[in-house]
Design a protein around this ligand. Sequence first.
Ligand code: ATP
Ligand code: MG
Length: 573
Amino acid sequence: MIEPTEAAAPAPSDFIRDIVSQHVAEKRYPGIVTRFPPEPNGYLHIGHAKSICLNFGIARENAGRCNLRMDDTNPTKEDVEYVDSILTDVRWLIAGWADHVLGMRSVSGSEAPYYASDYFEQLYEYAVALIRKGRAYVCDLNAEETELYRGSPDKPGRESPHRSRPVAESLDLFQRMRAGEFPDGARALKAKIDMGSPNIWLRDPVLYRIRHASHHHTGDAWCLYPMYDFAHCLSDYIEGVTHSICTLEFEVHRPLYDWILESLELPRALPRQYEFAKLIPSYTIVSKRKLIQLVNEKSVSGWDDPRMPTISGIRRRGIPAAALRRFVTSVGVTKYESVTEIALFEHTVREALNALALRRMAVLRPVKLVIANIPEGEAIPCEAVDNPQDDNPRTRHVDLTREVFIDADDFSEAPPPKYFRLKPGGDVRLKYACIVTCTEVVKDASGRVAEIRCTADLDSKAGGANAARKVKGTIHWVSAASAFEAEVRLYDRLFTQADPEIGGDFRQTLNPHSLEVVTAKLEPCLRDARAEERYQFERLGYFTLDSADSTPDRPVFNRTITLRDTWAKSGDR
Ligand code: ATP
Ligand code: MG
């Protein structure tokens, strides 16, 4: 869904886009090619959404292409489940907005993402070329020794005893590493750069390691796997990427990125790497490693739990893709690490939903209200508005009957001052219907309110003689005769602290009230609710049908967000 405002909005501007525009003006490249390169070792999250919108956005603004590439060089942590989820999430996020610039490969007629692992053979050849040029060597030091030889930022490293090994010997060993002659960790291919460099990544970094492990995409074809730094720059080159955009932690890797490409003396234009600061929203964890912990420890129901900051969780919660795109774009692209207020995201979501949600009535904690002057069996049709934001709002009928449900919160026996909802002897308007006056409160054996009795001023209905009559409060309701029951899941922030890791362990700040499940009474037309539709339950918040757990007989609704920011006043809870 493209919002009209999104289509009309001026293209965002930032330092990376400025560089790209400059290159376009200079005609430096035949076309602009970016890429989004997730490692399929977890589900994508809100931070990745920023990277997706930046890379696809730049391709879109410059009539270029953005390749979706699985950065799959580490067989032990990756899985096809993650590949599939990444595809679904990216497609959902860019649908109707940037899908025309999505770069995919064609595999026997169908579309597939790029895989770094598809380049293993080519990468191997590039490694051989580096050895031939005397710029890489096979080293027999184990991981621990390599660590020791590397030194520390303030202490230069030491050269490996294998550094001056003849080219022919390295070529032979490298080929035997591939053939599976050596166990894991016995040898590695290293770049021959500078053990005295102040940049630790230039101290003869490992380019290849032995891993006797099956790979989700290449199976058992390889027992030799390239490191990220070697595979990434060359995958960019192979795909003709012009602007390789990543987050700040890769800034120190950039000299190595350039060194590898330049050492190979490649014929075509080289890609360049540009870095920006990660998106880190408050009250949120954006680390795949930690999100996996939440899933494995069952703190949430899965990767797509609506409380998760994953794209699949955000989708299931009912947040439109356009709202997520708008948020991750509005925060801008900078070089400075900072935390973004989650309230800003929530505000964007409310704005988007306010424009498109159908208004419906639902009662989350029902109490029965009996209207004495409406006879049993009678139904008084009332006109309710679907969305007052529309130019020509549509209306529907809701029936006012003798028995209705109202929310327990909307009645108080001992109300505080300025309480404008229902109280003994007080008046309130039932939304879209008429004004009622509370006449009696009936309690059950345990002293709880079992039933509230009232009389209605039936002339206060729209079109009636008393239609202009004013009362201070209006409450929502559903007819007991036609309402149906459904499970409603009230989601809230997953963490209680703006910095979930404030105490050292993010599990200590999990919000115990992040999910409350109620059995609500819903207006009958919600029986036809559709998962793609967004609803505002009047006065309560925005809701959507849960796409995973709903069945035609047992619909489940998720609260996407409350109508107002309930955290603003209370601060951290
Ligand atoms: P890890 O590498 O630790 O598994 P990652 O979050 O960096 O985790 P990748 O799959 O490498 O995961 O990320 C894919 C792309 O998304 C990278 O280019 C990365 O820079 C970018 N990215 C990751 N996290 C964020 C974030 N919070 N904000 C913006 N971009 C991000
Ligand atoms: Mg990464």
